[in-house]
Design a protein around this ligand. Structure first.
Ligand SMILES: *Cc1c(COP(=O)(O)O)cnc(C)c1O
Length: 496
């Protein structure tokens, strides 16, 4: 299997090259040259397999420069004791015809772990494959969740260091504690005296600074990123669509070959894109339902084909979907244009210069036939959390509630009542305050931790260890810097 860029289309790259580079030279994203076909017999053979075995089958089709043994070792290291559910991604029926796939049993209690627990292993194996001997230093700016998931993934992975910058005044108390108590000799967490944009701009500056690169090279190190557009983050996400499908077969909810709908809460279009890829490989998927929050740029796009990022940005109760530029959508555009790089370049150029682009004709028809878009605001989300608890005794985080709400709208609008799996992207305890407020109709609690304790007492749902232990954990990272001094902070971190 080789990979091509969405903006060049011809040059062939190996999986290892795509993962080490992250993004192509012209700014395009790496996509597989074709989608390997999985017949029903091959899909059916996964019913009795473990999650790890299923992962080996799917990843083996795409990561052809690695041996089956190498892939097996990476998969076992990623989806082992760090997950608190033996199924890795449990699929539970919450209501007739509706199941949830819980993507949040990893160490940081959110779906980013599905990819970021595997990426470090893919990254080091890929570096070895392409002859890169320097130590890989992952550099990231975070507004909260991704930074912690990257730190957990890279902690103590040989041949890597992980440096995360967060805005000193821009993350929640729980998020800050999660990061500053991070264990692992190769992890570095630094507070930037500024906001998230300052931190992100600083990281971009370092990536583009030749002096910084030289200094790193002299130290035998090289920078890399754990960005969500990296193929090494997308590939692991294909696995759980296959896994959820065969679990629904195993549970007798569908027959092998029946079409299943998936509902995906998304901002960057990463999670749902993996479902599109799984369908292209032959997984019997009916409709994909794309669920947005009030930052509904995707829902609007799926209605009339106009992608317009020039709009107000809202902070919502589902912050991990507060996004106006969906970077992974470019891979979708590549497919619906019939893999026409000239067309993709035109759209992306229009987005860069005008903040908008428009898709029409066949491409729009193809898109709408496959994906239905909807959105839910904070009030609707709160009501959905409350109803889901009252009717079915199921606690749901606000991102998952966006999906549950949009699925209701979808059924009403189309009458399509086929079996559906809702992708659940975070533990309710990760957003304990919002969830408690929704089911109690208001809270009086000191902080996020107290909300989580109340939530656990009230519902009988067990407080996850990762949260229960947090207040007692020793602080290991106290470094701070000015936005203009971030490279010096990296140098100091490398000398620790
Ligand atoms: C990142 C994230 C999402 C959105 O994922 P996309 O990559 O935008 O598809 C949804 N929910 C949670 C909890 C997340 O952390």
């Amino acid at each position: 299997m080789h990979y091509v860029s969405t903006r060049e289309g011809k040059a062939a790259f190996s999986a290892a090259q795509a993962i080490v580079r992250g993004i192509s030279e012209e700014g395009g994203l790496f996509v597989p040259a074709f989608f390997p076909h999985m017949g029903l017999d091959e899909i059916g053979a996964m019913v009795q397999k473990s999650y790890q075995e299923r992962a080996c089958v799917i990843l083996g089709k795409f990561l052809t420069d690695f041996s089956a043994e190498q892939i097996r070792k990476m998969v076992e290291a990623a989806y082992g004791s760090g997950f608190d559910a033996p199924e890795v991604v449990p699929v539970r029926e919450i209501d007739k015809g509706r199941a949830v796939a819980e993507l949040w049993h990893g160490p940081t209690l959110a779906f980013k772990d599905m990819a970021l627990q595997l990426l470090p292993h893919l990254m080091t194996a890929s570096a070895a494959q392409v002859g890169e001997r320097r130590e890989i230093v992952i550099l990231a700016a975070t507004s909260g969740d991704t930074g912690k998931a990257a730190l957990e993934g890279f902690a103590d992975v040989k041949g890597t260091q992980c440096v995360v910058f967060y805005p000193k005044e821009g993350v929640s108390q729980a998020q800050r504690l999660q990061m500053v108590t991070q264990e692992g000799k190769n992890t570095h967490v630094i507070a930037v005296r500024g906001n998230f944009d300052d931190a992100q701009a600083g990281v971009k500056r370092i990536f583009g600074d030749p002096e910084a690169r030289d200094w790193m090279n002299q130290q035998g190190k090289v920078f890399s990123s754990a960005n969500s557009i990296n193929w090494g983050r997308l590939a692991p996400q294909l696995v759980y669509y296959f896994s959820a499908y065969v679990d629904q077969v195993r549970q007798g909810r569908i027959e092998l070959g029946d079409e299943l709908n998936f509902v995906v809460p998304t901002g960057n279009f990463g999670n749902i894109l993996a479902a599109v890829y799984a369908r292209n490989m032959g997984l019997p998927i009916g409709r994909l339902i794309c669920a947005s929050n009030r930052n509904r740029v995707l829902a609007d796009f799926l209605k009339d084909g106009v992608y317009d990022a020039r709009r107000a940005f809202y902070q919502t109760t589902s912050p991990s979907m507060d996004i106006l530029i969906s970077s992974n959508l470019e891979r979708m555009l590549f497919e619906i244009s019939g893999r026409e790089v000239a067309q993709v370049n035109e759209w992306m150029e229009s987005l860069r210069t005008k903040g908008r682009y428009e898709v029409s004709g066949q491409a729009l028809d193809a898109l709408k036939a496959l994906i239905w878009g909807g959105w839910a605001g904070d009030q609707a989300v709160s009501e959905t959390i409350s109803q889901t608890w009252k009717r079915w005794g199921y606690l749901t985080d606000p991102h998952t509630a966006v999906a549950l709400n949009v699925h209701r709208q979808y059924v009403e609008a189309t009458g399509d009542e086929r079996q559906a799996v809702i992708m659940s992207t975070a533990s309710p305890f990760k957003f304990g305050k919002t969830v408690l407020e929704a089911i109690e109709g208001g809270v009086q609690a000191q902080d996020d931790f107290e909300c989580c304790r109340f939530l656990s007492q009230k519902t009988g749902w067990v407080l996850p260890k990762a949260i229960a232990e947090l207040p007692g954990k020793p602080v290991r990272h106290r470094a701070e810097c000015e936005p203009g001094d971030m490279m010096d902070a990296v140098k100091r971190a490398m000398e620790e």
